[in-house]
Ligand binder design. Structure first.
Ligand SMILES: Nc1ncnc2c1ncn2[C@@H]1O[C@H](COP(=O)(O)OP(=O)(O)OP(=O)(O)O)[C@@H](O)[C@H]1O
Ligand SMILES: [Mg+2]
Length: 302
């Protein structure tokens, strides 16, 4: 498969109303504000994220509404999505797709993406549905044949009192994931629909969205470093086993994360992500990259 040129992000979940469109539209606006050229590729019929960006003040995101033909069998949705995605990627630094997942979509679609964001509230019922969704697509995130996308499990619509929850440290997830800072629940976020952007809100919810956007940028940095390493591995003339190949040592991604954390810590004087605990490395059910949110949850001091 051709190496991905731009950073491709899929915001998806099988559950309705979890915040996919809010994240898609606002992440597109945030990444544009950070100097990237961005295309929002809205695959959903109702087109909430594309209409948000169309009606709110223009921030220069390219907007495409391409509903997938979910009722036509076979691989029609996969083929359509691939085509639209590749076209969009040819002219943007970042493509963000908004998609309500349906069982009629072939899971292979996820291999087209560098990052899959699955929004979830922290309610037990929604987390259980998220675990079910991830279980179903475990073969994608664990694939040794294709390059799997990174997974960002994104707590959304989190209430202040839920910040004390330790649910992410208790809940068992079937695949490795990154846990970004939570996006808070606020009336102001609802009011922003088609009017403006969460990153411009002066309240805690607005700030939480900016922190989330920064985590996505960190994920992009890691993803691109991973790509470079894979490229180097492919072009190496003398294939010899390195620490990156050893199944029982730290994974490629863990090493990068560790390096990235160290670099960040040097820059900021404070670690952005906690160093990986031995337990996390041996136990793939817990996210490989632990945010301050998870640290606080795990420590019970939020
Ligand atoms: N952080 C937030 N705080 C408060 N309300 C929110 C927040 N994020 C999203 N919402 C609200 O939740 C509802 C669902 O959000 P959104 O449309 O983004 O979800 P969705 O997953 O795209 O839904 P659908 O499955 O219908 O496409 C909307 O009314 C939206 O305004
Ligand atoms: Mg939506």
């Amino acid at each position: 498969m051709r190496e991905k040129a731009s950073f491709k992000v899929l915001v998806t979940s099988q559950k309705g109303g979890v915040g996919k469109s809010t994240i898609s539209a606002n992440l597109a606006a945030y990444l544009k504000s950070q100097g990237r050229s961005v295309t929002l590729l809205d695959f959903d019929n109702h087109g909430s994220s594309s209409s948000w960006l169309t009606r709110a003040p223009n921030v220069g995101v390219v907007i495409q509404h391409k509903p997938l033909p979910l009722d036509q069998g076979g691989n029609r949705s996969l083929l359509d999505a691939r085509l639209h995605l590749r076209r969009a990627a040819a002219s943007s630094d970042v493509v963000i797709s908004d998609l309500t997942w349906s069982n009629s979509i072939a899971g292979e679609l996820m291999f087209e993406y560098d990052l899959v964001i699955v929004p979830t509230s922290v309610s037990e019922i929604e987390l259980a549905a998220t675990v079910g969704f991830l279980n179903h697509h475990r073969w994608v995130f664990d694939s040794a044949i294709h390059t799997p996308p990174m997974l960002l499990l994104s707590p959304t619509r989190v209430l202040a009192e839920q910040m004390d929850s330790d649910i992410f440290s208790r809940q068992r997830f079937p695949v490795r994931f990154i846990l970004p800072p939570p996006i808070l629940e606020a009336q102001s976020a609802k009011k922003m629909f088609e009017r403006g952007y969460l990153m411009d809100m002066p309240d805690a919810c607005g700030q939480s969205f900016i922190e989330f956007g920064k985590a996505v940028i960190e994920a992009q940095t890691i993803s691109e470093a991973n790509k470079r390493i894979r490229q180097m591995q492919r072009t190496a003339t003398q294939p010899r086993r390195s620490v990156l190949d050893r199944p029982n040592s730290l994974s490629n991604r863990d090493l990068l994360l560790a390096r990235h954390r160290a670099h960040k810590a040097n820059q900021m004087g404070t670690p952005v992500f906690a160093p990986p605990k031995a337990q996390e490395i041996q136990q793939p059910v817990i996210g490989s990259l632990v945010s301050r949110f998870l640290n606080k949850l795990a420590a019970g001091v939020a």
